[in-house]
Design a protein around this ligand. Structure first.
Ligand SMILES: *Cc1c(COP(=O)(O)O)cnc(C)c1O
Length: 389
């Protein structure tokens, strides 16, 4: 009856067919350990280093500055704890924002429990940071500023190049969780002036469980994974070779397809937003108003009077996958920390839905979603104990 429609690309994406093809030989024929010295190891190591070049190229980083990880969460933990442990003697203060992914927020909270001080910068009602406030939070003890490049829930893009100028002037190390930007918009870690940046494969067509951390040379991090001499002693453990090859291929493909994908999803996102505006009353859109200050694929809206969870389930019955709040906090009925940081009233925050589009979505899918959404919203509002629309 219905074909499934997937509008949850900020949670994860399908592995690109070309990426699967690139990976398969490294699971079957070429199963060597990249650390082994014999022919099997040498072939594996060559593939590992090719992938490193592909990742470095997407980020405009030096190959030696790329460390493979198990994904975004490990990358953020490594960047933040690695810096904190390395520099604990010099001061114990960090700056981050109230809208970070839990991979950053919970890492900072863990450090707080160990005696670190953390400033969580607020955002305004559109999700924007006040850079003067950021600067005024820098203290002599500050060791790290961590600001995400783009937000996973509302899509806001943060001005890392401007933040970098502030961080540099005060001699503070700058980390960015670039998970939502990698493979979707251009990233130039050198031009942007980052010291640390994190990407995750499964958000742009590589498998789950692989990612990379950029560490600008000269920045020392205390490793989290002690073990063998892999990744130049920075992360022990046998390399996840096939997935790393997949990450490299996804980076290469992104270099080619990124721009055209961004135009495509931006058009669909516009179509979705217009359709919602036209067909549904009592809608509030969240995040930056200017569309070029948001990821091209992300739309977050609240539908007054109904719960996001019920709407999500109604759409699910029609084969439409979206998310309410952040994927990581669904299951709990607490409003998302991002909605709270925007100052959205709890009831409206509960009704927020995130649509995150991908390159394989079509205009026909978006039109179907608009119709089903309007039907679900009016049905749910009829039984809503709150207001009438
Ligand atoms: C998905 C995501 C992460 C976590 O990445 P994993 O590879 O799933 O651990 C971190 N930060 C942001 C912004 C994300 O969207």
């Amino acid at each position: 009856m219905m074909t499934p429609i997937y509008l949850d690309h900020n949670a994860t994406t399908a592995v690109h067919p070309t990426v699967v093809d690139a990976m398969l030989p490294w699971l079957t024929q070429h199963y060597g350990n990249p650390s082994s010295v014999h022919w099997a190891g040498r072939a594996a190591n060559a593939a590992l280093e090719k992938a490193r070049e592909q990742v470095a190229s997407l980020l405009n980083a030096s190959v030696n500055d790329i460390i493979f990880t198990s994904g975004g969460t490990e990358g953020d933990n490594f960047a933040i704890k690695g810096t904190a442990l390395q520099r604990a003697e010099q001061g114990r203060h960090l700056i981050t924002t109230a809208v970070e992914h839990p991979a950053v927020l919970e890492t900072c909270r863990a450090l707080e429990r160990q005696g670190w001080q953390v400033s969580y910068l607020p955002v305004d009602s559109q999700g924007n940071l006040d850079l003067a406030q950021l600067e005024s939070n820098i203290q002599p003890q500050t060791q790290l500023i961590s600001v995400m490049w783009a937000n996973n829930e509302i899509g806001n893009i943060y001005p890392l190049a401007e933040i970098s100028v502030i961080a540099k002037a005060r001699g503070v190390c700058l980390h960015s969780d670039a998970v939502q930007v990698a493979g979707r918009l251009p990233i130039d870690v050198q031009a942007t002036g980052l010291d640390l940046a994190v990407i995750s494969g499964h958000k742009f067509g590589a498998p789950k469980g692989v990612g990379a951390l950029f560490v600008k040379s000269g920045n020392r991090l205390e490793p989290l994974m002690h073990g063998g001499s892999q990744e130049r002693h920075r992360r022990g453990g046998t390399s996840n070779l096939a997935s790393i090859v997949g990450l490299g291929k996804a980076c290469e493909l992104a270099g080619v397809e990124m721009q055209q994908n961004a135009v495509h999803v931006a058009q669909l996102r516009e179509r979705l937003q217009q359709g919602i505006r036209r067909g549904i009353r009592g809608v509030f859109f969240h995040g930056a108003q200017q569309s070029d200050h948001r990821l091209p694929n992300t739309l977050n809206a609240s539908f007054a009077g109904i719960s996001g969870e019920s709407l999500l389930m109604s759409l699910d019955l029609k084969g439409i996958a979206v998310s309410s709040g952040s994927a990581c906090s669904s299951g709990s009925l607490e409003a998302s920390h991002v909605m709270t940081a925007l100052g959205v009233a709890p009831q409206l925050a509960q009704s927020s839905i995130r649509f995150s589009l991908g390159p394989t979505n079509t205009a026909a899918e978006i039109d179907y979603v608009i119709d089903e959404l309007a039907a679900a919203v009016s049905r749910l509002r009829q039984i809503s104990p709150f207001e009438n629309f």
